[in-house]
Design a protein around this ligand. Structure first.
Ligand code: SDX
Length: 426
């Protein structure tokens, strides 16, 4: 199957690549050479595929999300986060033995060098946890030099288990630093998700009892955030990894990309927005009008998506889980009612309907995080904790396929050639 492009009286044919779910892409890898310099221009890469990948499938029109062919609904209902991480990274659900070995290898690497605490000490308590986590992830390189130039699958595996082990410790340190609590290494006798909770919330002078409702809710949230094909932060991980900068450096860059309020930072921005509406008397109609006003920079955070032009399947699951978790924990949160009111209004409003703007993964997740006792400025860190295996899986796929270094072209629109004037004549 081919596609034809005609330009300046010439016609050119390019192959069309077909995916396993009837997606088609024009392979333009020879476009510039064949046409004598023609390139494509696609701001924000809205119509451009960066790779062929076997990890995650999205269908934005139908609101479908699958990891390695398994539906997100089934994985979120029946899976454990660690087995979903294994699935994303290695392509198959693990056997009991494989999962036990994977977890054992991760536990063996769950120590973070004490010297790293000196770097953490350099941050003010007020530092945003995403900045702390991105910096400490990069700092891990200095203490794990064998994880930099990884070529063999064995070296990659060792770097991967190191990061899956140490990243949650760093995330918990960012939270504990902000609370003035002593740092903790967790407990290797616990499950992966239970250990995250203990590292984050164990008070220095009390035992920490795992609440199964909280553990189950966090397990589901981490699974729902685990991968999402070529989103902004994953594309960042891939392009940094394509220079062979190493896994930790690539993931540190991904954390920074996720931080933005248009991406993973939206879960914190949603709660800030809902709190603002509550403080302003709960007048959702006023904020709907602001969201539609082109002169007003206000956007309805947690709404809209580059790919989903239907309900984000994750938002549906999280919305249902929000009612269950708050009910089980006996938590009343007025912003949940404001969120539901906004959603109802938006889904009936022509501006949102015409633009196919639906709630996305970030719209309700913060309400659950808050009910779990997680502070608002840690919401995006929780997103990063969930997305870590997806970033790793995408980085590993890119490296194993020996993808070329990412280096887009541009259309230059600056000054034509001109000569310098000496400074007295400028
Ligand atoms: C994530 O890519 C991924 O997969 C990301 C993610 C993942 O799992 O990795 O799913 C996670 O990042 C979810 C998105 C979280 N961000 C937000 O909730 C921030 C609010 N949403 C928007 O900023 C926006 O919808 C984006 C950034 C999510 C998508 O932006 P696009 O695809 O570039 O769309 P656009 O900005 O071109 O908007 C199209 C139209 C515009 O209006 P017109 O110019 O056509 O008149 O829709 C409008 C926009 O103004 N619009 C909104 C809106 N989102 C889009 N108007 C009001 N409120 C909004 N939220």
């Amino acid at each position: 199957m081919n596609a034809k492009i005609s330009f300046e009286g010439n016609e050119y044919e390019f192959p069309v690549v077909e995916g396993s779910e009837k997606e088609f892409g024009i392979d333009i890898s020879k476009l510039r050479g064949t046409t004598g310099g023609l390139i494509t221009l696609d701001r924000g890469f809205k119509n451009t595929g960066s790779c062929e990948s076997a990890i995650t499938f999205l269908n934005g029109e139908e609101g479908i999300l699958r990891y390695r062919g398994y539906s997100i609904e089934e994985l979120a209902e029946k899976g454990s986060f660690l087995e979903v991480a294994y699935l994303l990274i290695f392509g198959e659900l693990p056997t009991k033995t494989e999962l036990e070995k994977f977890h054992k290898d991760i536990k063996a690497e769950s120590h973070v060098d004490e010297e790293m605490k000196k770097i953490l000490d350099g941050f003010p308590k007020s530092a945003h946890p995403m900045g702390v986590v991105s910096s400490l992830t990069s700092a891990l390189i200095a203490f794990n030099p064998s994880s930099v130039n990884v070529e063999s699958e064995e070296d990659m595996y060792n770097a991967i288990v190191k990061l899956l082990a140490k990243f949650p410790v760093i995330c918990s340190w960012a939270l504990r630093k902000s609370k003035g609590h002593p740092l903790d290494y967790g407990d290797n006798s616990l499950g992966y998700v239970e250990n995250v909770l203990k590292m984050m919330f164990k008070k220095p002078n009390e035992d920490y009892k795992i609440d199964p409702v909280i553990a189950s809710a966090l397990n589901k949230l981490l699974i729902l955030h685990a991968d999402h094909e070529q989103n902004c932060s994953t594309s960042t991980v891939r392009i940094v990894g394509s220079s062979h900068a190493g896994l930790f450096a690539s993931i540190s860059a991904g954390v920074s990309a996720l931080w933005g309020p248009l991406h993973g930072g939206a879960n914190q921005a949603v709660i800030d927005m809902l709190e603002g509406i509550k403080a302003d008397g709960g007048d959702t109609k006023k904020y709907m009008a602001k969201a539609k006003d082109k002169e007003d920079p206000f956007r309805l955070m947690g709404f809209g998506h580059r790919v989903y032009k239907n309900f984000d399947p994750r938002a549906k699951i999280i919305k249902k889980s929000a009612d269950e978790v708050l009910g089980n924990l006996g938590v009343e949160d007025p912003v949940l009612d404001i969120a539901k009111g906004l959603e109802k209004e938006a889904l009936e409003d022509d501006y949102f309907v015409k633009r196919k703007l639906y709630p996305n993964v970030d719209f309700y997740s913060g309400i659950i995080y808050r009910a779990l006792g997680i502070p608002t400025n840690m919401f995006t860190v929780m997103f990063a904790l969930g997305r870590l295996p997806g970033w790793i899986a995408q980085w590993r796929e890119m490296r194993l396929k020996k993808e070329p270094i990412g280096r887009p072209r541009q259309i230059y629109t600056g000054e034509n050639l001109r000569e310098m004037k000496d400074i007295d004549n400028r």
